[in-house]
Design a protein around this ligand. Structure first.
Ligand code: GLC
Length: 496
């Protein structure tokens, strides 16, 4: 086989599994670099070193050349270091650099917001300006010049603007191309206009044509303007953000300006981490051939949440950020009707306080029927995927969504709304032809949500049909290999 060109890729992100995670971005930031490296490319990752990252456990060490670097944020001089370690997968070892600065990251355990007030940290602008600028210093000091800087979400979105303005005369950076992947267009990194001066971008960008949007500094919008190419994490979502104002969260025109350079590549799942045959976090491993062992997980799950185990009653699982975008306004409205159905329901997640309170109350109101764990716990997440019969994701929008894919391979039937990545991975069950892999509803209406759950419950009673559906899901192939190859195709296209 002729050897295809291998690329150097610098992958910049604000979270990576297993070091830190608040959402799917962390899974992607771990699995994709590993796959790319397995394919022969050279990948290095940059991420902040938050206080919660254990230096010893992960053997994070000093790099002399990257110690005590300085940059400016507005008029302030900031000193930081980049320390190094490896992201160790089964086949690949990816070098990872941790941005180390006590004030901005090391002192705080939480990533973006104060755990007490739940408010975004006031200096998030400065924190992620620092992350963005550190990338240039890293390249310069190491002399390791990537072909591509692969950016993720608003936290990294100023990088292309920096490259094309304040760093434009540096020879090292001249030929680097940037790809900005949007995992969620609703999070844009919006700050007061006065924050513009902190970026140290030239004054001619201090306007709506530049880095401002509706009178405020907007990181993501700036990224959309300056990145060479843009991608999102599913085909459908890439189309939705061009068309549906609500989904584009105000940036519809900005996205449409870049339509020629906009692509959708659906995420894969890490099949070493999410595999019911090997998963060490669940009560009992199972495969298509030993489906009944899934019940042991159901029993353990029910037990963990204090619900009576009953194989005949469908147990629905949910794992989510508790916010409107994930469908919680709809779910809350339909909750009473859903509780009237013959089901058990368990929920894991954190989010808006009003939802946390609502579910904590619901737990008391519906004992032995509904239970929640407000927080995030990876072990419980695995047990929910393994033990539940059905998995509910009523998202208003969903850039990709990973849990529906985890569910499918664990024989847990997804019930989802037809949007974004959910639309690209879940096919509605057709009772006439017995095809499909889950249950899908389209209209964002309580009636439609309740109807689709009822459909799932009714099929659950037909043991044979249900098992067939489980097996269909378990045979799915969501490996990262295909997606990683698509990213390589995209890099190639950008570098042409
Ligand atoms: C964000 C999106 C989610 C996606 C994930 C990884 O969390 O909301 O849909 O799966 O990023 O790309």
């Amino acid at each position: 086989m002729a050897s295809a060109k291998k690329y150097k890729i610098l992958f910049v992100t604000s979270e990576v599994v297993p070091f830190v995670k608040t959402g799917g971005l962390a899974d992607v930031s771990s699995a994709l670099p590993q796959k790319l490296q397995e394919l022969g490319h050279q990948v290095r990752i940059v991420v902040p070193k938050y206080g919660s990252i254990d230096e010893r456990k992960y053997k994070i060490h000093e790099v002399v050349r990257l110690k005590d670097l300085t940059t400016t944020i507005g008029k302030k001089e900031v000193v930081y270091s980049l320390r190094s370690s490896f992201l160790i997968g089964s086949k690949a070892r990816v070098q990872i650099y941790f941005l180390d600065n006590k004030e901005y990251f090391g002192k705080r355990h939480s990533l973006y917001s104060d755990p007490l007030t739940r408010k975004q940290y006031k200096d998030n602008d400065e924190r992620f300006i620092l992350l963005s600028k550190s990338v240039f210093e890293l390249i310069d000091k190491l002399g390791w010049v990537p072909d591509i800087i692969h950016l993720n979400d608003w936290q990294t979105a100023l990088i292309p603007a920096f490259q094309k303005t304040i760093f434009k005369d540096n020879e090292n950076f001249k030929n680097i191309k940037t790809l900005l992947t949007i995992h969620n267009i609703a999070a844009q990194g919006i700050f007061p206009k006065s924050s513009f001066s902190k970026t140290t971008l030239p004054d001619n960008l201090n306007n709506e044509k530049g880095a401002l949007f509706n009178g405020k500094l907007n990181f993501l919008k700036t990224g959309l303007k300056f990145a060479d190419t843009i991608s999102t994490v599913s085909e459908t979502y890439s189309k939705e953000i061009c068309k549906i104002p609500e989904i584009s969260a105000g940036l519809k025109d900005e996205i449409n300006c870049r339509k020629k350079n906009l692509f959708g590549i659906v995420n894969g799942i890490d099949t070493l981490v999410w595999n019911p045959e090997k998963d060490k976090k669940i009560a009992k491993n199972f495969t298509i051939a030993t489906l009944k062992d899934k019940l042991t997980n159901k029993e353990e799950l029910a037990d963990k949440f204090g619900i009576d185990f009953n194989p005949e009653i469908p147990l629905i699982g949910m794992i989510s950020h508790l916010e409107d975008n994930k469908g919680f306004d709809l779910f809350k409205k339909a909750f009473k009707e859903i509780m009237a159905l013959d089901i058990h329901l368990v929920l894991l997640g954190t989010g808006e306080i009003k939802y946390q309170k609502f579910f904590e109350n619901a737990e008391m109101k519906y004992p032995n029927k509904f239970a929640c764990f407000i927080g995030f716990d990876d072990d419980i997440a695995h047990l929910i995927e393994a033990g539940a019969d059905m998995f509910l994701m009523p998202s208003k929008f969903e850039p990709c969504g990973l849990n529906q894919m985890y569910s499918l391979v664990y024989g847990t039937i997804p019930i989802v709304r037809k949007t974004g990545g959910l639309a690209d991975t879940v096919v509605n069950y057709n009772s006439r032809t017995a095809t499909g892999n889950g249950f899908v509803f389209t209209n964002y209406e309580t009636k439609d949500l309740v109807v689709v759950i009822k459909k799932a419950i009714s099929l659950f009673k037909d043991k044979k049909a249900w098992q067939k559906l489980m097996k269909t899901g378990m045979k799915s192939n969501f490996s990262w290999l295909d997606s990683a190859k698509n990213y390589v195709g995209l890099y190639k296209n950008i570098l042409k």
